[in-house]
Design a protein. Structure first.
Length: 330
């Protein structure tokens, strides 16, 4: 269970270290098994000249995670062309991160040979967490051949599957199975529109079974404790091979909630601000500010967030956070 870590900012759009640490404490005490930092939810602009928050933000999460006896898996977002991705991988290794979530959006015109060479170079520095990001937020189309060859890289340890497309999700699973590594590479859902369905699913391709081990999700940056419980329930249901009707109901509730938070109605324009709005209401963030002043809630999105928050209180952590907030902010 890996939440994608948001970025806590002051009203002046500077790093709010106190609240950044509080977020990390929330995720760990909620039971998250890992943290993904420097990813889309953390805002790619942390790397921009003049902002330069990539290292400080990764370092804060790593330091704060050492407050607990339970060692979380630390995943660093890696983006850009090869030189940038390698530099970020080296920073992540230096700070004690376990893997790098490798985004390929910057290589939009690269062919499979170039993408594989890029991935191999990064895997020589840090174990790689593959990433199929939907095009609507900066990803690119990746075919079965790419995923087969990518899965053959020995230091690929996991893949976040987030194309928001069932055909392309199966492409990833096929690639891993064809590479003979379905028992070695962990699949994590990032498909916000089908989170629970992915966690309940089992694939059988050419006699080989595969399933999702968990999720690495911006959605899980809110309602984290409830998400931990949901992941546990999903694993139990799948092991029993008995999926209750309640699971299907909860799956649709979660998708409806995500549509509001991630602003699906407006092409995900307000996805980060939507997460921030929930965390602001709960007191973990002081505001929903993003690094880009133009990035905010879309028209009608607040009303949708209000609706799903009223409709599905069992998906939120309001009470849990209220009980611990002062300690996390100390």
């Amino acid at each position: 269970m890996i939440p994608a870590h948001p970025l806590a900012l002051t009203a002046e759009r500077r790093l709010d270290e106190r609240r950044q640490r509080a977020l990390t404490r929330y995720y760990l005490e909620a039971g998250a098994g890992g943290l993904a930092v420097g990813v889309h939810t953390t805002q790619f602009a942390i790397r921009d000249p003049g902002i330069d928050l990539y290292r400080p933000v990764l370092e804060l999460a790593a330091e704060t995670s050492r407050e607990t006896d339970r060692r979380p898996l630390l995943v660093a977002g890696l983006i850009g062309a090869t030189a940038q991705a390698l530099a970020e991988a080296e920073t992540a290794v230096e700070l004690g991160y376990d893997a790098g979530l490798l985004g390929l959006g910057a290589l939009a015109d690269a062919d499979n040979d170039e993408l594989i060479a890029h991935s191999r170079a990064v895997a020589e520095v840090i174990p790689v967490f593959g990433f199929y990001l939907q095009p609507a937020v900066g990803g690119r189309r990746l075919d079965v051949d790419f995923w087969r060859r990518f899965a053959e890289i020995q230091d690929v340890v996991a893949i976040k599957v987030a194309p928001f497309n069932r055909y392309q999700t199966i492409d990833v699973v096929r690639g891993v199975v064809d590479a003979g590594r379905s028992g070695e590479i962990a699949l994590y859902t990032g498909n916000d529109d089908t989170i629970l369905f992915d966690l309940l699913s089992e694939y059988s391709l050419d006699g080989h079974a595969a399933h999702f081990a968990g999720g690495l999700l911006g959605q899980w940056a809110v309602g984290t404790r409830r998400a931990v419980e949901l992941l546990s329930d999903a694993a139990t249901w799948r092991a029993r091979r008995e999926i209750p009707l309640d699971a299907i109901v909860r799956a649709h509730e979660l998708t409806d909630t995500n549509a509001a938070l991630f602003d699906a109605a407006n092409g995900f324009a307000g996805c980060i601000a939507g997460i921030h709005e929930i965390l602001r209401r709960q007191g973990l963030l002081a505001g929903r500010w993003c690094l880009d002043p133009a990035e905010d809630i879309s028209p009608g999105q607040l009303e949708e967030i209000d609706r799903v928050h009223r409709a599905y209180p069992h998906l939120h952590d309001d009470k849990f956070i209220a009980e611990h907030l002062d300690a996390w902010l100390a």
